[in-house]
Structures are given as C-alpha cells and as structure tokens.
Design a protein around this ligand. Sequence first.
Ligand SMILES: Cc1cc2nc3c(=O)[nH]c(=O)nc-3n(C[C@H](O)[C@H](O)[C@H](O)COP(=O)(O)O)c2cc1C
Length: 191
Amino acid sequence: MSQPHKAVVAAAKFRDVIRHLASGVTVITASLAGEPVGMTATAVCSVSATPPSVLISLQSNSRTALGVAESGFLGIHLLRHAGRDLAEQFASRGQHFANINFERNAETGVPLLHDVLAWLLCTVEQTIPAADHTIFVARVLDGELKDRAPDPLLYFDRSYRQLALGAEPATKNLEPWGSAQDTGLPGWGWP
Ligand SMILES: Cc1cc2nc3c(=O)[nH]c(=O)nc-3n(C[C@H](O)[C@H](O)[C@H](O)COP(=O)(O)O)c2cc1C
C-alpha cells in the first residue's frame, strides 16, 4: 500500500512566508518558584469573547512556559511602540526584570508591567504540547486598556514596526466576534 503524502515544506521557505505575518508584540509574564519570569511573544491570539479566552504558544523549555505551567496564571502585556526596549529586554539572554517597573498581582503572583499599552490577567484552562512549543488556552480574569490613543509596537519581516502616520481607522468598525454585536456584548477592547 502506498504511504500517504507526507511532504513538508522546507524550514527556510516556511520562515520566508511566516515572517510576513504582521503581529502585535506582547510580553507574557508568570511566576516560577516565586520569581518573576517573562518573555517577548507574538504567538498570541484571541479565542473567544464569551467567555473571554486567549491562546499563547511558548517554547516548552523557556522559563516563562515553565512558570505558566507551574503557577497556572499568566499576564499578557500589549506593548507601545515606545516600549520597544521592553521587547528587546524580554527577548534577550540578560536579566528580563532588571530596571522594569512592575507589581505582583496579589491573588496570582503574576507580575504586571506598568509601562504598557494594555494588559490581561489570565488563568490556564488547557495545555497542549505542539512540536517544541506548548500552547496554553487561558481564560481572561481581568484586563485594562491603559492608552485610548494607542501606538502599538508591531513586528513584521524580522523588524519592529510602527503603524504608518495617517493610517486611519477603518470607516466601518469591524466586529470580529460575529454574534457578539447581536447580543450586545462588547467586541474587541474593554468597554
Ligand atoms: C519579536 C519576538 C517574538 C517572539 N515570540 C515568541 C513566541 O511567541 N513564543 C516563544 O516561545 N518565544 C518567542 N520569542 C522568543 C523569546 O522571547 C525568547 O526566547 C526569550 O528569551 C525566552 O525567555 P525565557 O526563557 O526567560 O522565558 C520571541 C522573540 C521576539 C524577538
């Protein structure tokens, strides 16, 4: 019997394509053995508004993934364009929390960073191993949009980017949640 087709795209070709997927930049934080851990991450995606859920994909052997798995809680911080230093520090081999302004959430111990565009506090609901990463599906417990005229940090084609000056919001306010509008529930963004 013939084998099923198992061709896999070359890693270089895959990277060539996927680096053109523009994304916002976040810092994920957690607590590992009582110490704050955190990393820069773009693999963050909303899952559902009802209940509010997200997923993140973290390299399984990273300190942050270990902290999320151990504590069951995490923080997701959306960075400002002016917060590029945070993205660089939290992706570096150095001390991620050196000279960083943050506080620990009292109930969960999750480090919440001060100088960010927005943050979400989440609890892990599902843990899914995938290749050398772990996907965490998490319920959102709390959140805050700190900046009503945001200038987000973006990542595209291996560089940090900024929204173009004059890039106007779409004339139509697109509602990504489908039926959320009908039920009067908030869409993206916190009311
Ligand atoms: C722009 C950017 C996006 C990144 N996104 C992710 C990601 O989504 N998941 C991941 O596991 N690592 C990602 N990384 C790599 C981690 O930030 C990096 O490996 C970090 O040092 C891990 O820290 P830790 O081991 O202390 O947790 C990204 C790095 C950069 C620069």
